[in-house]
Design a protein around this ligand. Sequence first.
Ligand SMILES: [Zn+2]
Length: 99
Amino acid sequence: MAYVIIAVCFGLAGGIVGKLKGSSFFLWFLISGAVPFIGLMAAFLYRFEREELRRACPECGRVTKIYDAVCTRCGAELEFPERAIAPESWERTPRAPVA
Ligand SMILES: [Zn+2]
């Protein structure tokens, strides 16, 4: 019985984290409730991953996470960039696309 209470608590926590991220509360509730610790961690990591700064590879132009040391497409070693690209979560388009 105690496990059910713990699962629901983790489910709520994971669901709230997912909801704050603009994802589905119900989806993360289910994930966090099914695998309490792992699900909640996944919800947090999902959040941080999308808020991580990015940068473009100087060799091939692929956009990678700022902490990547090697380009995942061309294998070039990456210095810490002078200019970073805004995280995915910052990319909001306030204007509707022109029809
Ligand atoms: Zn590259």
